[in-house]
Unconditional design. Structure first.
Length: 406
């Protein structure tokens, strides 16, 4: 296989019909071709990394930028619509150095484990209410639409001070920003303009009438310290948090429940021992085979990765999901071990760009699992695992719906 790969780039994302299982190529690539040539939907070539140490090295190296705006950077999608990694908006928040650290300091104060613990009772109340509504509507139900999507949306809307009633618009705008092959350029441009206009008006309103939300607090800290974020930085921060704060977690809630119900012994083990919830969430994050595109990085200088010298100008795709199945790091990597500890998975990235909202995501996932185990112990999938419909055409992976009964 390694010879074939060196001659002919693989089509990426790797085609895979199984909603919760990894592509067969991952294990082969890690063993035989850890730096593989791939062709992206745009037709451009990139290098795919699948080994744990290689992915961790590149994600943690500040020399490699997340921005794909260089002339020789690979385009992800065919229409070159300026998505998440190459749009003008993506360039507003500094990519490295003191500017990036300053931004993380200002925004990160809102996403500490301590602050998330304080939010926990509110999340539990929301989850209980959403499950009440789902049970009233009767079974079967779509767990993603009933709980997985609305819970993180309510939480992030509350944090940002935007009305949760606008959640369907946010979902559509977010999807267009995460486009790979689903939307046409005109549709994406229009949606991003609407999103920017909406957030611009929101920032202006918060300047006029501040509240107890993150945007108001960022405005206040700017005024107090004199060196805060500009209006355009506030706008982009709001958009970035809204996209990241609901899309990935909503998808992960659906996948986590799908994985735990796919093998009934997993669910039964959690019912018997609720203390496993925390490690079960971490293992769900590690075991997730449908996490989407991975994280691209542009190499601004020649570097050696996995015994391969990559020239300056190479775009690499870091597959955290493939790295999380690396047998050299995780014993029994192909098995879901709900008590696995330690669990140094790379699902939230590594280094200076590791996910700012990981404490929020972890708390939401733990709350969902705790409340479901308490409220719906007989929960089960209402369709065979292989019939769970996948999210397609976006850089994030997920399930379109998760039909359940109880």
């Amino acid at each position: 296989m390694s010879q074939d790969i060196s001659k002919q780039p693989l089509s990426y994302p790797l085609p895979n019909d199984a909603p919760l299982e990894p592509p067969a190529e991952w294990a082969l690539l890690r063993r035989q071709c850890p730096v593989a040539r791939v062709e992206l939907p745009s037709g451009d070539e990139a290098s795919l990394l699948t080994r744990y140490e290689d992915v961790k090295q590149v994600l943690a190296d500040p020399r490699f930028t997340r921005l794909l705006n260089a002339d020789d950077a690979a385009r992800l999608s065919a229409d070159d619509s300026g998505g998440l990694f190459s749009s003008e908006m993506a360039q507003v928040i500094p990519d490295s150095g003191e500017g990036h650290q300053r931004w993380r300091r200002l925004v990160g104060k809102w996403f500490t484990a301590k602050r998330m613990a304080a939010l926990r009772p509110v999340m539990e109340e929301m989850a209980d209410q959403l499950i009440d509504d789902m049970v009233k509507r009767g079974r079967p139900a779509d767990l993603k639409a009933s709980l997985g999507f609305p819970l993180p949306v309510y939480v992030i809307c509350d944090l940002l001070g935007v009305p949760a009633a606008d959640r369907d618009r946010f979902a559509y705008w977010s999807d267009t920003m995460l486009n790979l092959t689903k939307f046409a350029k005109a549709e994406i441009d229009a949606a991003q303009a609407e999103f920017a206009q909406y957030m611009s008006e929101h920032v202006a309103a918060k300047r006029e009438q501040p509240g107890e939300d993150l945007i108001s607090e960022l405005i206040r800290s700017a005024d107090a310290e004199g060196g805060g974020l500009s209006d355009v930085e506030l706008l982009v921060t709001g958009i970035a948090l809204l996209v990241a704060g609901h899309e990935t977690t909503a998808n992960m809630i659906g996948k986590m429940v799908g994985m735990l119900l796919a093998d009934r012994t997993r669910w039964e083990r959690l019912l018997a021992d609720r203390s496993l919830v925390r490690t079960a969430v971490e293992e769900s994050l590690r075991f997730d085979a449908n996490s989407g595109f991975g994280l691209p990085r542009y190499l601004r200088e020649e570097t050696e990765v996995g015994d391969t010298v990559l020239p300056r100008g190479t775009t690499v795709i870091c597959s955290m999901a493939a790295a999380n199945r690396d047998e050299s790091v995780f014993d029994g990597a192909g098995e879901m071990d709900l008590g696995r500890s330690p669990n140094p998975h790379l699902s939230f990235g590594s280094g200076a760009h590791s996910c700012l909202g990981q404490a929020l995501a972890r708390t939401e996932l733990q709350v969902v699992l705790e409340v479901l185990l308490r409220r719906l112990p007989t929960l089960e999938l209402a369709v065979p695992v292989d019939d769970l419909p996948k999210v397609d055409g976006l850089v994030v992976g997920g399930l379109r719906e998760v039909p359940v009964r109880w």
